[in-house]
Write a new protein. Structure first.
Ligand code: HEM
Length: 169
């Protein structure tokens, strides 16, 4: 085959490959935020979850957690911050930000004073799982959410050595 014709074949192949690449983003998976149905759905699940957590007797056996849960003024704000965190974590708008009141800290900086144990972390994960089922979240999205939460264990559990290999630094 003549060099000219081989070159034009090559250019055609590159053009075809580029066209495929341009259409790739439409094939990619939507963000978890989109698949969960956005802020309103996330806020509903957080609302339910936090109500359960505040009255969980095993968690309230930890005095530091009980102190937060006994403060009636902490609940509404906590729901806002947790909703913002989940929105951002799942690929929605970046609305979990630090403010001058010390809210919006990283997961590592917002939990050490609570001396959270693996058992308490597990209780939270179980409450999350229960909430996801109660709100009919599909299995695939549940597995992604649970994987994301689990990856924070080693920065949140400070009451004892985390049982998992460090994921977050
Ligand atoms: C991956 C799991 C977790 C996530 C995503 C998460 C998320 C958050 C967020 C977003 C805040 C607000 C931080 C701020 O405004 O600066 C927060 C604070 C808090 N978290 Fe967690 N958390 C997790 C695990 C836990 C666990 C396991 C417990 C207890 C067993 C817990 C108890 C608390 C409490 C009591 C506060 C309020 C602290 C205070 O106001 O002094 N969290 N968490």
């Amino acid at each position: 085959m003549a060099l000219k014709s081989r070159l034009s074949n090559l250019l055609l192949s590159i053009a075809a490959a580029s066209a495929m690449l341009v259409s790739l983003p439409t094939l990619a998976e939507d963000s978890l935020y989109t698949r969960l149905g956005g802020t309103y759905n996330i806020a509903s699940t957080v609302d339910h979850l936090v109500d359960k957590i505040y009255v969980n007797r095993a968690l309230n056996a930890n005095p530091a957690l009980k102190a937060v849960h006994d403060n009636v003024d902490s609940k509404a704000g906590f729901k806002v911050m947790l909703t913002n965190w989940v929105v951002q974590e799942t690929g929605g708008p970046k609305i979990y930000v630090r403010d001058e009141f010390g809210r919006g800290k990283s997961m590592k900086d917002s939990h050490p004073h609570l001396n959270i144990t693996n058992r308490e972390f597990n209780i939270i994960l179980i409450e999350c799982l229960h909430t996801f089922y109660a709100f009919n979240v599909p299995a695939y999205e549940i597995s992604q959410l649970m994987g994301s939460l689990e990856s924070y264990r080693n920065v949140i559990v400070t009451g004892e050595k985390p049982v998992s290999e460090p994921v977050r630094k």
